[in-house]
Design a protein around this ligand. Sequence first.
Ligand SMILES: Nc1ncnc2c1ncn2[C@@H]1O[C@H](COP(=O)(O)OP(=O)(O)OP(=O)(O)O)[C@@H](O)[C@H]1O
Ligand SMILES: [Mg+2]
Length: 446
Amino acid sequence: MTRAISLHDVSKTYTRGVRVVDRLSLDIAPGEFLVLLGPSGCGKSTLLRMIAGLEEITEGQLRLDGEYANDLLPSERNMAMVFQNFALYPNMTTRGNIGFPLRIEAPGEDPGPRVDATARMLGIEDLLDRFPAQLSGGERQRVAMGRAIARHPSVFLMDEPLSNLDAKLRNHLRAEIAALTRQLGVTTVYVTHDQAEAMSLGDRVAVLRGGILQQIGTPRSVYALPRNVFVAAFIGTPRINLLRGLVRAPLDGAMTISLGKQYLRLPEPLSLDHQLLRVQQGREVVVGLRSEAIRLAKPSAARPGEVAISGLVEHVEFQGHEVLVHFNTGSSPALVPDLEAPRPAVHAARRRRRESGTVLARLRERAEALRAGPVGVLDGPPDTYPEPARQEARLPGDLVVRTTPDIDLRRGMQVPLLVDIAHLFVFDQHGERICPAPARLPDLGE
Ligand SMILES: Nc1ncnc2c1ncn2[C@@H]1O[C@H](COP(=O)(O)OP(=O)(O)OP(=O)(O)O)[C@@H](O)[C@H]1O
Ligand SMILES: [Mg+2]
């Protein structure tokens, strides 16, 4: 049995006036694998715990298969939860740990057969008689999964179940979780702040920021059509290039977006999306260019729809199968506040109020501050950053381009670049995407 989960305008308030989950609505289909993705403190665990019944819902409604469920006890919801700090009972063997919830649920029954079947499914038959202290981290995590699966729940709730494991094991178990939940066909809500994990696991991904749902869609749609700069910056590696631009749309000339001293000339005839940009004439925007929209090539090699700019090599990051080249193009990076410097979310409400005018105003402030100070984008103690934010921190240079490792580039070289205008994103003063225009491509789930 699997079930549908619906949230209608659900909010959570711990301290008066601060909503850590803010009027959130979403529908999860039976058997769906939904990932809640967002930076630390955005309310992911709180939301999951409200679904589990471990946390009271302050406002709004939770429905399970269409039935009002706010007041159901956790035990009445038939959900199994797997936590980041998977607490196994230290004095019980694997067999005891997996069987424990079964013995609670059905005291008279022998949990043996179900424990054995679960262990087989997870490949941990050899570990049944060992105690947690005799298991590796990955093995313990599998036992914790086993404890959740053995109960045959109708919903799995997983809160960063893999974050304590090393990268290799994480990838391995990620694939196992994906296979297992599909095989069991159980509705799964999975919390993570790792976008790569979210993209690889989810049927759909719900992106949260400051307790507010930013976007929900298939991994493909949130990547291809991010609704705002936050989602654009949070999803994808290397992180999307976000540059401050100025739209120029003279009545008698070509339409351009300047990026500092250089500009992108929009190819004629203008596409519908680019025509719509005309109303931004004279305004500042944020230009988003994913790495795949830019290639290293001379202007003479330009294909239709590609325009030429150039960049000064600042830094070359060797990654083995590819190289990330950081260029200075003389433009200014647009920074995304919650990503550059996550602050305690207790201040989220105040922060949102401050940013409510224009995100760009703040982006501008940050960029000014950056330019004035030494190069580097992190302005807080690095230890307080979640790992992905640290990895995503921008190095000197304002445009990151992915290329093959055979190209020999060194710092200080001036290199011609071609930008594929079909892959251009433009966001307005409030950080909302305006190009491609919001209503396009309904087939991508927007
Ligand atoms: N019991 C509580 N009392 C007051 N504030 C709380 C409580 N539990 C959580 N919060 C606050 O609610 C906000 C959301 O917390 P939550 O644990 O849901 O974040 P998260 O997205 O899971 O973050 P992380 O990725 O770090 O686990 C945070 O600002 C947190 O400090
Ligand atoms: Mg959490």
